[in-house]
Design a protein around this ligand. Sequence first.
Ligand code: CP
Length: 304
Amino acid sequence: VKHLLGIRDLTRQDIELVFQTADQFKEVLQRPIKKVPTLRDTTIVNVFFENSTRTRLSFELAEKRLGADVMNFSASGSSVSKGETLIDTVNNILSMKVDMVVMRHSATGAPHFLAKHINVPIVNAGDGINEHPTQALLDAFSIREKLGSVEGKKIAICGDIMHSRVALSNIYCLKKLGAEVTVVGPPTLIPKHIAKALDVNVSYDIKETLKWADVANVLRIQLERQNMPLFSTLREYSLAYGVNRKLLDSLGKEIVIMHPGPINRGVELSSDVADSGQSIILDQVENGVATRMAVLYLLARKEN
Ligand code: CP
């Protein structure tokens, strides 16, 4: 059984196969009839132990566009509140003859743990501060669509690197595709040992980094994962590291703006930038459906 647990496990060829497959599904999604019968006899469950808007809906739509039968499980309102374990929860769902599991969990490694105990493919929809592989695939697919390729492009990943599974998966994905990556933010959110282990450029100067970059992927400050305030106010963070019109106008060039969502408007990104022609934020969301269709299709192929 093959899973998609993280970008760390993929080769450049694997990623390019996802893109080529997503290209075909994106073409299908432009047609009047957007549905294909590819996974008609497949049942997929989306198991979400953490909140989500984009990822959950995008997986559900991708599954329905592929003709799969879809079940949705949210931990809130389930028997998890009565003490049922992760393994028991998933095994009970699988006994209903489910063929694939898409899972989000707040614990790092939860899908890897599950993969040792069940024999159907698992897609990691975000595990703690570890990885969010389909977000990185749709982000790189969107860069490729906007700039023609990822190879050789200069990508700045901005803000809360330490708490971000999007950052880690993006770094793995972009480096495998031959991009140059710089992480930029306050030292408190980019510990040196993490930056060293990831083998990326580190900057604490947002203006200089954006002058260098072709693309800025701006990350949300993950207040829910922080035990202590890193700036005395969010306004202070916004003044030092927020991406806004004044900063972009001072660069002397136009760069592409990305954000995985949800945006803390006025904190890491101002509305006049998020909603501008420089932003491809909603293209990222659109591309999420085709990219996830590609991942589900490739994992479900019988030769796996
Ligand atoms: N980008 C992302 O994972 O958004 P959600 O948390 O809304 O799924």
